[in-house]
Design a protein around this ligand. Sequence first.
Ligand code: ACM
Ligand code: ZN
Length: 484
Amino acid sequence: MDKLQLIPYSNEVRMLPGSIPLSKIGRRSFFSTIDRNTGNPESYYLSISENGIKIVAGGEAGRYYAAQTLKQISETYPDRLPFLEIRDKPAFPYRGFMLDSVRHMTPIEDIKKLIDAAALLKLNKFHWHLTDDQGWRIEIDSYPLLNEVASYRNGSHFGKVHDDRIYGGYYTKREMREIADYCADRHIDVIPEIDMPGHMVAAIAAYPEISCRGEEIPVETRQGIFPDILCAGNPKTLQMIFDILDEVIRIFPCKYIHIGGDEAPKKRWKECRHCQELIRELGLETEEELQGWFMNRVAEFLQSRGRKAITWNESLNSGLLNKDIIVQMWMDRKKLSVDFANSGGNIIVSPFYHYYLDYPYGMTPLNKTYKFDPILKGLDNQGAGNVAGVETPVWTEHIRDFNQLCFMAFPRAAAVAEAGWTFEENRDVDDFNVRLQALIPRLRSLGIKPAPEKDWNPNPFRRLIQTIRFFLSITTKEMIKGYD
Ligand code: ACM
Ligand code: ZN
């Protein structure tokens, strides 16, 4: 075997002649230390020589990644470890995966399996999508109806799939702290998302006064983009968001909180006396600017609590988003995310057409996901330096159980993980496909069943059929026409 079966591949690997039997490596031939002078806590140096194993890491995370690499090497060389030297550090500091726990909830024990897989792949951010139109999944004490009402929906009508049963539940604070601890042990930050001002139907169903019309509406059972959003002109709305975020912060110790900001139609704001008054008072011109103002207030609140906000790219439409908010690019035809990065803002790259794992392999084959370069076209030198990293989301309208989730997410998540860790000049799609053979049993041993190889890169005919079938199954007339 001439190349190590590592995923993600390490950035500087030097194979040396010779090997050492595993039986000869004991405590005295295993040396591990931390040298913080390297400046990157995720970096590490690993050597295997006749003296044994030596690890010098830039921090605890680097030491953890060195151990992950060593584990992968020892699996392919179970008897004798080859002599080598690896100097490794990630291409990007932000390497995330996102799970939508609203449309369908993944049990805590299964989430832990995903976290184990993420740790193996040197991913370091778990973005947890916890609120949306179809449910509220986070326990909040100060507004009890969020769990009594907003956590349950009266059926699930996603595309052409219908289920009349009540669906719901939420993760308790104890469970979420357990996940936060589980992640921390694996050098993964949890980034909880409270999506606002759109995708708030469930919360509005519990507390109608935070919407512009104040009307009672049910928790949404359909998928799509819905007109009832938070009323920015009602001071109670921001107060409620601040109270909720204060509780979120006490559950999750990590630096980042995602505040959504995607797909918020402005129909209600245009008709709302309070929102229009606020626009005039603030000297703003448009409802999009009002969204920018709203996101900025929430981000400033988080900053006052020592946290940092992330939003989806639509919040850039305001033209006035604070530069210290991190923008997650998923669908941005106007390239506002590129401009944001070129002018000093940080971005996370999650293009839906390449990195969304809920789309069928026919639409997003493994190799297409792999080949995507996170340094977006149009970025200048400064902009390229402002790419914080990559994230691969799994939305779950059409994913109802864990096996289906694993089929969709793996091995494509590994392709994104490699884009996050391995520098572009060290990436190669054919080589990745070879190395994947060693990853599959590793994933299986964690309780994850990846898609079989025959499904990874369908031929053009199967791609077309799968894509058409998918869109036919998810699309309804209502979705195309828009909801009102
Ligand atoms: C998104 O996919 N609505 C961020
Ligand atoms: Zn309003």
